[in-house]
Write a protein that binds this ligand. Structure first.
Ligand code: BEZ
Ligand code: FE
Length: 304
């Protein structure tokens, strides 16, 4: 049986409610910027529709205000609870979907984008091709290699590739209080669009869940854990900036569910574990097991 969206209200009551929505929508009619007018009027319509659909109680309205107030209080330069909220509601991924449409007729599909997350840092150190991003972060060494091309398959030399990831305890450097810079770097693709670096095999970790968003996840029986991933941001002149991650094939958290809905099939890569003693691509001597993966990056044209 299909559930009705909300209990029926009398025609008179529905009229009162609709009149208020119309009044608030009309209050934005004089907004000089047409886009702002569109945003405010659509927001009003959807917000009012939500309140009417769920028949929001005044107590629930108060709880929502308290929740947003707590999100504001915990937010500072290092912690952004509103972005976390957007992430766990899928609003971040929906915005990314709307803004990163597939390029029609492309010979090669542009690499899919996913959430940025709160742990990017602007001034990560530069490494040469084949360099190591770990900077002391612990984890299994992982050789990452690939190419950067456009959607016609032309190599993109000099693309700036930012990479960042958590250590094997599930923490980014910025979550430690000692100012360390680890598990992040940037490098540039070579003349043939190739790149390679040593990173760490990614591990699953929870998003910060000691605040109101964490409480909301607990109350709704949802896990804060993200599927294991390695972040990339790739920029090149004339091409659309790509913010994405790669995920680890076989990571059980992919099936369980990524807390911010970031996983896309095309971004799940094989991370092949190599036993200790297997020669490394660059002759580096490693004491134990290591892994390797390949990620070929295709950038869409700017404005596509
Ligand atoms: C992250 O991948 O770093 C991340 C993304 C969304 C929320 C929290 C963390
Ligand atoms: Fe992350």
């Amino acid at each position: 049986m299909t559930e009705t969206a909300h209990p029926a209200v009398s025609a008179e009551q529905a009229g009162i409610e609709q009149a208020l929505t119309d009044q608030v929508v009309a209050s934005f009619d004089g907004t000089p910027d047409p886009r702002l007018r569109q945003l405010m009027q659509a927001l009003t319509r959807h917000l009012h529709a939500f309140i009417r659909e769920v028949r929001l109680t005044e107590e629930e309205w108060n709880t929502a205000i308290e929740f947003l107030t707590a999100a504001g209080h915990i937010t500072d330069d290092r912690r952004q609870e509103f972005i976390l909220l957007s992430d766990v509601l899928g609003a971040s991924m929906q915005t990314i979907a709307v803004n990163n449409e597939a390029v029609p007729g492309a010979e090669r599909a542009a690499t899919e984008a996913t959430v940025f997350g709160p742990f990017f840092v602007d001034d990560a150190p530069e490494i040469p091709i084949g360099g190591d991003i770990a900077g002391g972060a612990h984890g299994q060494p992982c050789w990452v290699e690939g190419t950067v091309t456009d959607t016609r398959g032309n190599p993109i030399p000099g693309a700036r590739i930012e990479v960042w990831e958590a250590d094997d305890e599930g923490f980014y450097d910025v979550q430690y209080t000692d100012g360390r810079v680890a598990g992040r770097a940037h490098l540039y693709s070579d003349e043939e669009g190739r790149y390679a670096f040593w990173g760490l095999t990614p591990t699953p970790y929870p998003i910060p869940h000691d605040g109101p968003v964490g409480k909301m996840l607990a109350a709704t029986n949802r896990s804060p854990v993200r599927a294991s991933h390695l972040h990339f941001m790739v920029t090149a002149p004339g091409l659309r900036t790509l913010v994405t991650h790669i995920f680890v094939q076989g990571d059980p958290q992919i099936e369980i569910g990524d807390s911010v809905f970031g996983v896309k099939d095309s971004l799940i890569k094989d991370f092949d574990v190599q036993h200790a003693g297997t020669p490394t691509p660059d002759g580096r001597a490693l004491g134990g097991d290591w892994a390797r993966t390949r990620f070929d990056i295709v950038l869409a044209p700017a404005g596509a």
